[in-house]
Design a binder for this molecule. Structure first.
Ligand code: FUB
Length: 611
């Protein structure tokens, strides 16, 4: 069952109060009843969503409302990510108030943008020295951090909040923020300094709508601007007319206006008196993130982030979007034959997460009857085993593997032993029968009283999965391999990432030439696949990537399986990526191959997997 923080070390204090009462009232939490998937996160309260698309995933940056808050008591920011819009991985909190030595309180609404291979997180806080609000900027090399204060002081501080950053197609970046005014300043290319002075955007009723009943605030603009460009039109989506807020938007022909009020995006705030927008396009769809008070115990200071899929109208206007409990549809099935983090969750009951000693996060505070739902899991032809990475300072318990509900068919029962500590990790495995095709997977935890065990990750085995690449370890010569286009392939015992040999390709005459393999009969339409391979160049530092050429109904499409990554002759570089593979009509050919972004350098590959 859920344990309410703050938690003194590993002490586990059961938090029963309002949660249990509220849960008992929530029909949707009755065991066995299929769950809706909004809000996105259930084990903590989240607010102020800011999505970012990067390398085939949506990263979602949020604030964290403390339990039982009676104000915007927020001390840290959190990161979540998803490749399918329904199963979200908890990446913990790589940024908090203590990251900024000059800040005293109020880890409020921010946004992350990617530039120059780095990630910049703009966040408002209270400046200790002045007591006024200021905006800090943190930087990281990865979307999940760790983030550090980039400049050691506020980037701007004029008492106003809610930064959003937009990088225009000409490379000029703009920082916008404000409440009660709306400001912008031009950021320099380094993203951590600016040119000129902060400029007020005129809040006219033509630009931002008419508010009645507040002589000091004649327009609807309140806070939370989210600025972006689509088809040459600039959008400013914002929280309107406190309190209660709704979401409205304006558009402009340029990044600094003039703005024209365009109407309501989301008319409600769902028992939270604020709302807050974040919009991205991902995998061909458009997604609107917002917050409400939908969780048990939720309200204006205990909010939760949710998402809806939407389509722009033909004229570029945004339709009115309603809050739903179903949320966005799943983009692609989850592959259970890949290792999955236990903290990848569509819905849960009772668990918490924490930093794992092995890296990433783990799921803890598990008690009898708690469960995790993972939505749309494609077991293919069938699974026959399950392995989980577990730890327990007590005597453990059991992971029940159920399909489609907490009382659905049991396809496996995995015993979890005591391991001697909550971070003393061991693998446990069990047989699986009856898991084939696509189902919602429920990991239901059972055992005695108190905390049972922690789970770091899990993975199924069986004929339905496994590596689609034959001779992926290159230990059987060139067996199974060919060359895409021109080039000579050879087994190379002089360099190997694992085992005794790798595959080397030379004599390439075009960047798309490289080791290849036919996987036509092995793919499932609409499924997500993870590719991993190790590469080193024979000389030079080419950018290498894995690609899938899919031919269906006479048309060939190219799916990027990994991002292009620079490799070198001095050692092995790991390339990895996850991509959804789908096609229309009949698939007549699917070729996995490794190529370079440009040039014809020779290179070697080893330990390739597509699963
Ligand atoms: O979360 C604190 C504040 O509430 C945000 O900065 C505003 O946008 C509102 O959502």
């Amino acid at each position: 069952m859920r344990v309410f923080p703050p938690l003194p070390g590993r002490a586990r204090i059961r938090r029963v109060v309002a949660w249990v009462a509220a849960v008992l009232c929530a029909a949707a939490l009755v065991p066995g009843v299929a769950r809706a998937d909004n809000p996105i996160v259930q084990h903590i309260y989240t607010a102020d969503p800011a999505p970012l698309v990067h390398n085939g995933r949506v990263y979602l940056y949020t604030g964290h409302d403390e339990d039982g808050s009676t104000w915007f008591t927020m001390k840290e920011w959190r990161v979540w990510s998803s490749a399918d819009m329904v199963n979200w991985t908890d990446h913990g909190s790589p940024l908090n108030l203590a990251s900024f030595s000059w800040a005293s309180a109020d880890a409020w609404a921010g946004q992350v943008v990617a530039r120059n291979g780095r990630f910049y997180w703009y966040v408002p806080m209270t400046v200790r020295a002045t007591g006024a609000k200021g905006i800090g900027v943190a930087v990281a090399d990865s979307p999940t951090g760790p983030f550090r204060d980039a400049i050691g002081r506020p980037l701007v501080s004029n008492g106003e909040i809610d930064p959003t950053v937009f990088v225009d197609s000409d490379g000029q970046a703009y920082l916008y923020w404000g409440n009660p005014n709306l400001w912008y300043v031009k950021l320099n290319a380094d993203m951590i300094s600016y040119s000129g002075s902060p400029t007020k955007i005129p809040l006219t009723t033509a630009g931002f709508g008419t508010r009645t009943g507040d002589a000091n605030r004649p327009t609807l603009f309140e806070e939370g601007p989210w600025v972006y460009k689509r088809n040459g039109l600039y959008y400013n989506v914002f929280a309107a007319k406190c309190c209660s807020e709704f979401i409205a938007y304006s558009t402009a022909p340029g990044p600094t206006g003039p703005w024209t009020y365009r109407g309501t995006v989301m008319p409600t705030q769902g028992s939270s008196f604020t709302n807050h927008p974040g919009i991205v396009d991902f995998n061909g769809g458009s997604y609107f993130f917002y917050h409400n008070g939908a969780l048990p115990g939720g309200g204006g200071f205990t909010r939760s982030v949710a998402v809806e899929k939407f389509s722009y109208n033909a004229d570029g206007s945004i339709p009115t979007i309603s809050m739903t409990s179903a949320g966005a549809p799943q983009i692609a099935a989850l592959n259970p034959y890949n290792r999955q983090e236990a903290e990848t969750i569509a819905w849960e009951s009772g668990i918490e997460t924490e930093v794992a000693s092995e890296g990433g996060m783990d799921v803890g505070w598990i008690e009898n009857g708690d469960y995790i739902k993972v939505k749309g899991v494609d077991f293919g032809a069938g699974a026959n085993s399950f392995t989980a990475r577990v730890a327990s300072a007590t005597s453990g318990g059991t992971i029940e593997l159920r399909l489609d509900g907490t009382t659905g068919p049991v396809v496996g029962r995995c015993a979890v032993p005591g391991t001697g500590g909550w971070q003393t990790w061991a693998n446990t495995s069990c047989a699986v029968t009856g898991a084939a095709g696509t189902h919602d997977l429920y990991l239901r935890f059972t055992g005695g009283s108190g905390n049972l065990f922690n789970v770091n990750w899990w993975q199924f085995g069986g004929s339905g999965g496994g590596n689609l690449i034959a001779n992926g370890d290159a230990e059987s010569g060139t067996s199974g391999w060919g060359v895409m286009g021109a080039g000579t392939l050879s087994s190379n015992a002089a360099v190997a990432h694992g085992g005794a040999a790798s595959l080397s390709v030379s004599g390439r005459t075009a960047s798309w030439n490289g080791p290849s393999q036919d996987v036509t009969s092995k793919l499932t339409n609409g499924r997500s696949y993870t590719t991993t391979l190790w590469v080193r160049s024979q000389s030079g530092t080419p950018t290498v990537k894995a690609t899938l050429a899919l031919t269906a109904n006479g048309t060939t499409n190219y799916v990027s399986l990994t991002p292009g990554t620079a490799v070198n002759p001095d050692g092995w570089t790991r390339l990895t990526g996850t991509a959804t593979v789908s096609w229309s009509g009949t698939l007549s050919g699917a070729t996995f191959y490794v190529e370079t972004a440009s040039g014809t350098d020779g290179f070697s590959v080893d330990d390739l997997s597509l699963q």
